[in-house]
Design a protein around this ligand. Structure first.
Ligand code: ZN
Length: 471
């Protein structure tokens, strides 16, 4: 093993305090979770410098980027030099995999090391391209995910004595494996519900009395409704915590309320990113979960987060919305620096009542900049429309948004299932409420209850039909 790799691994593991048990009653790793800003930045600084040396020495992808940017091995000595490092975009990464198949040239691990590091394959869900992009992560990395996942779950209030039912499928998802391994590390029993039907999962909830439910917000809503349809009572179950990943639902206030009312449980947001933030980058502490407007902690000892203006990629002023750019501070397989995640966020560094000092994303991930839809000159995130629809009384959880252009004018139609009997007045009332919430007129199309397909995984609810035929 070379000096640069040795230095990187020992730096990452040196800071891995309380690896297998909580360090205090409130925090898994109190030293890192409650450190002062100076301590957090000191740690980030040390790791940024080490990652830079590692990538210079062993990543041909990054060495090319550094040379193109006119950098030398001595150019980055800490956090203060981070902005000198060029940004990494998904497109150049995909092009690198194309040019150096099948894995690309960004990993600092050598071919010989890959043979002995117990890699596993992971993939994106493939929503942005026809072919999902794949990655390898080693045992070392997956141990990091488990430890960081344990810190996040502990902050949510998951403890020994809980029993978890995971509804994520057995597949190449970093979120699923990270959370699964975290529960193992914590000694929390896991019921793997991934391969089971919804009917069987309902039975698991009834018979084995799990207290923590893991899945996508869409699916956990669906599961609760199916229990009700089967004459069972999700509120009467032992479920007390919903750990939600894969979609922004737990941070969409109206969806969060629906989930919490349905299950009589608290909903917690957990997010990351397959490329750069495989463990929980964002996780909601128990104190924030009490609020309807959520603020999601970012694990800043493991990542550097920057919020940049999408036009010029300069830092936005504190508290302003910008594009999230993330540097990974722990991976041996892909310690990617300054990756443009593309999600918009707004951060606060104000103190949190939980005592953790790390920054919080107000409202979680606000949506990807390229998901923004412009309708009659107004810009909307799909999550904002979801919030307006899910806040409507008397409608089911399923809905679809269609944006069309008729006679040169944008039209938004929302297709909704009523939860019970309704009439024309109901339709008008929904239109008025949506117009008040969104600021534009909305056509509501009611379809018979139960007629829309139920969402089993990541939901795609917005169809922009203006693009059809124009590309
Ligand atoms: Zn907190």
């Amino acid at each position: 093993m070379t000096a640069a790799r040795e230095e990187w691994r020992s730096l990452v593991t040196k800071r891995m305090c309380h690896a297998a048990a909580p360090g205090s009653e409130r925090y898994w790793c109190p030293e890192l979770e409650c450190g002062s800003r100076a301590e957090i930045e000191g740690l980030q600084s040390e790791k940024v410098a080490s990652a830079y040396r590692l990538l210079w020495a062993h990543s041909s992808f990054y060495r090319r980027k550094f040379l193109d940017a006119g950098l030398s091995p001595a150019s980055v000595g800490g956090l203060e030099d981070l902005a000198r490092i060029p940004l990494t975009y998904q497109e150049e990464w995909a092009a690198d995999e194309e040019a150096h198949p099948p894995w690309g040239s960004f990993s600092p691990l050598s071919h010989e090391e890959w043979l002995t590091r117990g890699w596993m394959l992971f993939a994106t869900s493939g929503t942005k391209s026809s072919f999902p992009r794949v990655f390898r992560h080693t045992i070392f990395d997956r141990d990091q995910w488990a430890w960081q996942g344990a810190r996040a779950l502990y902050a949510m209030g998951v403890r020994r004595g809980d029993v978890a039912l995971s509804c994520f499928g057995y597949g190449p998802s970093v979120a699923f494996w990270g959370l699964h391994n975290a529960l193992n590390l914590m000694g929390v029993p896991v019921i793997p519900g991934g391969g089971a039907s919804t009917e069987r999962r309902c039975l698991f909830v009834e018979r084995y009395r799990p207290t923590v439910l893991l899945g996508t917000p869409s699916y956990i809503l669906h599961l609760g409704r199916e229990m009700e349809a089967a004459g069972l009572d999700p509120r009467g179950s032992e479920i007390r915590r919903l750990v939600l990943a894969g979609e922004p639902g737990a941070a969409v206030p109206a969806t969060k309320r629906r989930l919490e009312q349905l299950w009589g449980a608290r909903a917690y947001d957990d997010f990351g990113c397959t490329e750069v933030a495989m463990s929980p980058l964002g996780y909601e502490c128990a104190e924030q979960a009490e609020n309807s407007e959520v603020e999601v902690h970012l694990m800043e000892d493991q990542y550097v987060v920057e919020v940049l203006d999408p036009d010029n990629f300069e830092p936005v002023r504190p508290g302003h919305v910008g594009v999230l750019v993330v540097s990974n501070l722990y991976s041996e397989a892909q310690p990617i620096l300054r990756y443009v995640m593309g999600d918009l966020v707004r951060l606060t560094r104000g103190s949190c009542s939980c005592g953790r000092t790390h920054a919080r994303a107000i409202g979680g991930l606000l949506g990807r900049a390229d998901d923004l839809v412009t309708i009659r000159g107004l810009q909307f995130f799909p999550s904002a429309i979801e919030d307006a629809v899910r806040a409507l009384p008397g409608v089911s959880d399923e809905f679809r948004i269609e944006v069309t252009r008729e006679r040169e004018l944008d039209q938004m139609r929302i297709i909704i299932e009523p939860a019970g009997a309704c009439n024309n007045d109901f339709n008008d009332a929904l239109s008025r409420r949506l117009q008040a919430a969104l600021g534009i007129s909305v056509e509501v199309l009611l379809v018979p209850a139960g007629s829309m397909p139920r969402t089993q995984a990541k939901a795609k609810r917005l169809l922009d039909l203006r693009r059809v035929g124009s590309s």
